[in-house]
Design a binder for this molecule. Sequence first.
Ligand code: ZN
Length: 199
Amino acid sequence: MYEGAVQDLIDELGRLPGVGPKSAQRIAFHLLAADAADVRRLADALTEVKLRVRFCEVCGNVAEGERCRICLDPRRSAAVICVVEEPKDVVAIERTREFRGKYHVLGGAINPMDNVGPDDLRIRELLTRLADGEVQEVILATDPNVEGEATATYLTRMLSPMGLRVTRLASGLPVGGDLEYADEVTLGRAFEGRRVVSG
Ligand SMILES: [Zn+2]
């Protein structure tokens, strides 16, 4: 235990995902030793991101206005929606340059162990988007792990009666992993080789 401000910083850092107590301590002491200007830039970035960035009212991706850059882009097809778990998955798929449709970010995956059920995800918002009949294909690009598969299975069941084409990314992605860890070529291939699961 350290005194006051140092311990406060270690405690706050330790709450971040993937940062254990040892890492929190290491980052805290790194910041203590760093230039004041560098630390100020980090502090500003943290403040700014909370002030300026929110979630797109349509797709749930990060946005600097009410809608994200992709939803606002008229060159993107509204006929295909790619469903992902998190905004970072949008970034991973955009890097492949294989996809020219729009996205829907669920905000996670079904995970009974963590008490995350379908109602905790942006599934109702997805169904609303599909109601007008403009969308012809929904690509399920949830992570290739147990939670991602459970979510894809659930969505397939929900979407089947709607008469649209539902596809799932091809296997070949590292199983048990996270979409974002797949390299661009593998992810691009998984897109091209996506299989129809309904419709
Ligand atoms: Zn959007």
